[in-house]
Design a protein around this ligand. Structure first.
Ligand code: UFG
Length: 343
């Protein structure tokens, strides 16, 4: 059984990827500092797969702890690196926290991968690197725009750090540029766990629907889009998780065509905020209390993915409909309330 290191493996996308890796026959070693996740994710993973993954609470900025862990698992063949700070607004308030954490973690990981001869890295990147693209749908060749937040900047610079490291080592990597991951595992045993008031649309919607929040604000209806609200490409987190298994297999099986490859992970379909609200109301049967407010600073007007490169090269395609995806998010919110939540 091949062993994969999953950093940030108790987080939202990380935990769903651990499930898919286990179900595809891999052994996982999960590390996380639990700064934005809970060990309840590990119990959820165990209930779904029947396997409790090996877990260590490690901060990747602490290089000696990571070194110690890797020397205990000398048979790790690849790393999937999710662990990072990811709140756009917080990154504007606390840029050094973002630069220190996101850069130091990646640098420590890359240095130790070289030392331990771990050759393969799958990296969590973001469509934020495109800013507002001139042409839609956006392809991987679209120019990188100056980042509008320190968070976005860390994604751009981390891609560069990986590219430069690969040129000077035997490491090979795939960076996956996520569009907007939403939804939860069909079992409702794992899902997104926002700390405090959610910044993202779908957790805010489900929390409003269940009564935790009173009203959703729709940030602007005066954009240059058909209904005036912003457009995004919302992808089911399980589809996204499966792409990580495909990417890591491509590296392990040496099917990659370049030592550094980049793929868009989206559905290829743009959906407006108002369309998404209407679809949520339809699948949940809940009438959502929302109002149109002003634009949120820094929002991109519209972006959705050209997924043809990922479809062709990875042989991967998002499968879930928006209805299924939103229903899974709603089931997760309800399950979380019914069970009293993770400790
Ligand atoms: N929105 C609302 N009300 C809310 C929250 C969001 O109307 O309460 C709107 C936003 O204005 C935007 C859309 O819903 O138009 C999606 O917003 P999200 O915050 O859910 O997602 P973003 O597209 O802003 O951000 C996501 C990730 C970031 C990443 C970015 C890349 O959360 O980490 O995509 O574009 F950087």
């Amino acid at each position: 059984m091949k062993k994969i290191l999953v950093t940030g493996g108790t987080g939202y996308i990380g935990s769903h990827t651990v499930v898919e890796l286990i179900q595809a026959g891999y052994e996982t070693v999960v590390v996380d500092n639990l700064s934005n996740s809970k060990t309840g994710a590990l119990e959820g993973i165990e209930k779904i797969t029947g396997i409790k993954p090996s877990f260590e609470c490690i901060d990747l900025c602490d290089k000696s702890s990571l070194d110690h862990l890797l020397s205990k698992h000398k048979d790790i063949v690849a790393a999937i690196h999710f662990a990072a700070c990811k709140a756009v607004g917080e990154s504007v308030q606390q840029p050094l926290k973002y630069y220190r954490n996101n850069f130091t973690s990646l640098i420590n990981l890359l240095e130790l991968m070289s030392q331990q001869a771990i050759e393969y890295l799958v990296f969590s990147s973001s469509c934020t690197v495109y800013g507002q693209p001139e042409k839609l749908p956006v392809t991987e060749q679209a120019p990188i725009q100056p980042a509008t937040s320190p968070y976005g900047n860390t994604k751009q610079v981390c891609e560069t750090i990986i590219r430069d490291t690969i040129a000077a080592s035997t490491i090979k990597s795939i960076a996956l540029r996520y569009f907007n991951p939403i939804g939860a595992h069909a079992s409702a045993l794992i899902g997104e766990l926002p700390v405090g008031v959610p910044n993202n649309l779908v957790p805010f919607i489900t929390q409003t629907a269940i009564g935790i929040r009173e009203q959703l604000s729709v940030f602007g209806n005066d954009y240059n889009t058909p209904d005036g609200s912003c457009i995004r490409d919302y992808i089911h987190v399980v589809d996204l998780a499966k792409a990580h298994v495909t990417a890591v297999e491509r590296l392990i099986n040496k099917n990659n065509k370049n030592s550094f490859e980049i793929f868009n992970l989206g559905t290829g379909k743009g959906v407006s905020v108002l369309e998404l609200i209407r679809t949520f109301e339809k699948v949940s049967g809940v009438k959502l209390n929302y109002k149109i407010t002003g634009r949120r600073a820094g929002d991109t007007e519209q972006v959705w993915a050209d997924t043809s490169f990922a479809n062709r090269e990875l042989g991967w395609k998002a499968q879930s409909t928006l209805e299924e995806t939103l229903l899974s998010a709603w089931k997760w919110e309800q399950y979380y309330k019914e069970t009293g939540g993770w400790k």
